[in-house]
Each structure stands twice: as C-alpha cells, then as structure tokens.
Design a protein around this ligand. Structure first.
Ligand SMILES: Nc1ncnc2c1ncn2[C@@H]1O[C@H](COP(=O)(O)OP(=O)(O)OP(=O)(O)O)[C@@H](O)[C@H]1O
Ligand SMILES: [Mg+2]
Length: 249
C-alpha cells in the first residue's frame, strides 16, 4: 500500500536539473530515508514536496489527494508537515507558547483568540501533550532559545506534529547533534512512526540504517537506487558513488 508518492518530479534551475524525474513511494508507517552526496538535490526535493518550490513537471500525491499545485499551507492541512531545522521557533517565547501558537495556527474554523480563558486552557493542554510526546514535558516554561540544541530540534518536531500529519518530512534532524542527542532523536522517530509515515533526509548513516525501512539514494537529481538498508549497503554503484566501503561497515 502507498500513502505518499512522487511521480516523475522535475525541478530545473536554469540549465541545472536539480530534480530529474524523481519517483518515490512511502507506505503507511514507513520510515523512508533519502540519502545522497552534497548537492544531490535532497533539499530541493523536500522543498518541492512541501510546496516551497513549484515543480516543473511530475506529480505529488498524499493519501489519494493530488498536492502538486497546492500552496504549502494547504498541503499541511492535507496531512503533510515538515520540520524547519529550528528556524521556525520563537526563541524568546516559552516552549508552551510556541506550541500553543502552532496548535492555534492549525485550527482553521475553530480558531480561538488567545486571551479567551476556556480556549487558552484547551490550547495549553494540547501544547502540554505535544511537549510530552517529544520528551519536553518538563520544559514547558523554558524559553525556547535557552534549550540545548537537541531539545530545540525536539521542539521543532513537536511544532510539526501540531498539524497532526500523515507524513512528516524531516530534513537532517540530527545535524549538529552530539551522540546522546542523536540517540534521543532516533528514539523519538521510532515512536512517531507508530502514528505516521516519515520521509527522513539524514547524513548520519548509523541513524539512517537503524531507522529506515527503505532507503532511496539520490545522485545528480536522480534516484540511483531504492531498497532496504541491506540492499543499499551492498549496492555496488551506491558504494562507489556515495558511501565508500568504510562508511557502511
Ligand atoms: N534556488 C536555487 N537556484 C539555483 N540552483 C539551486 C537552487 N537550490 C539548489 N540549487 C542547486 O541544485 C542542486 C541541488 O541542491 P540541494 O540543496 O537540493 O542539494 P542537497 O542534496 O540538499 O545538498 P546538501 O547535502 O549539501 O544539503 C545543487 O547543485 C544546488 O547548487
Ligand atoms: Mg540539503
């Protein structure tokens, strides 16, 4: 069964084809990892999928709904949510306020103005539940910018979860993390996959091979190979182009 797919997706930057007929599929509750060398087109693909960039060709479908020409906020409403690598946080506001604002922004017609007590109490409750879900239940009153880097990343994930996604896009969630923080993020992703599918872009191969059901390798904008972690580790072209023999040991 397929929850999410791209078909023949194309993005052209002048003469450079940064995304060259990319077709990938993600099954429900699957962690699908996307790897590839610098400049392979991973972030471009994430931007096409989330709608930050318009596609020049191909299609994007989530749960039977064609997202290809939808603006980003409608894609979020359709069930596609992404993390923004911490840049989305209000660093001077508390963890609770960040989460309350995120919940409120996804409320559509049941929008409750902040300041109305009953509404605020409910938002605060949702915020607390989201914080607990990513392991920040004890940090609700902390100013977001004062959290360690790893915890800010966890908060960023919680903001994405406020939209209640069917597919979560994670662009290098472990970047800049120490080993303990990475281990915590791996654990968090393992928990989240029970409730959603995850498209994971990550340079940390240990994490990728631990988490991913399937791995797709992007090189020069094209999918070079797609398969299980084992298949990808032993794929001769992948080893030659990208991994190098020691990186997969
Ligand atoms: N807005 C843009 N305009 C022109 N060229 C771009 C633009 N964005 C990306 N590119 C080019 O497209 C190619 C793919 O870039 P992209 O950032 O998607 O790669 P990446 O796989 O995410 O790399 P990294 O691992 O370094 O993050 C690169 O050659 C890059 O220079
Ligand atoms: Mg990138």
């Amino acid at each position: 069964m397929t929850l999410f797919s791209t078909r023949g997706l194309v993005k052209q930057f002048g003469r450079l084809r940064a995304t060259d007929e990319v077709s990938i599929e993600v099954a429900p509750n699957e962690v699908h990892a996307l790897i590839g060398p610098n400049g392979a087109g991973k972030s471009t693909l994430v931007n096409l999928i989330s709608g930050m960039l318009p596609a020049d060709g191909g299609s994007i479908v989530l749960d039977g709904v064609d997202l290809t020409r939808m603006p980003p906020h409608k894609r979020v409403r359709a069930g596609l949510s992404r993390c923004f690598q911490v840049t989305n946080l209000f660093k001077g506001a508390s963890v609770r306020s960040n989460l309350m604002l995120a919940v409120q922004s996804h409320r559509g017609s049941s929008f409750v103005p902040l300041g109305r007590r009953d509404g605020e109490a409910e938002l605060a409750e949702r915020a607390a539940a989201l914080a607990a879900r990513v392991g920040l239940g004890g940090e609700l009153d902390r100013i977001a910018g004062s959290l360690p880097h790893g915890a800010q990343r966890q908060l960023d994930v919680a903001l994405a979860l406020a939209a209640d996604p069917k597919l979560l896009l994670l662009d290098e969630p472990m970047a800049g993390m120490g080993p303990d923080e990475s281990a915590r993020m791996v654990e968090l992703i393992q928990q989240l996959r029970r409730d959603m599918a995850i498209l994971l872009i990550e340079h940390d191969m240990d994490a990728v091979f631990r988490l991913a059901d399937r791995v797709s390798v992007l090189v020069y904008g094209k999918v070079l190979a797609s398969g299980t972690a084992e298949q990808i580790k032993s794929h001769p072209e992948v080893q030659a182009v990208y991994l190098g023999s020691e990186a997969v040991a």
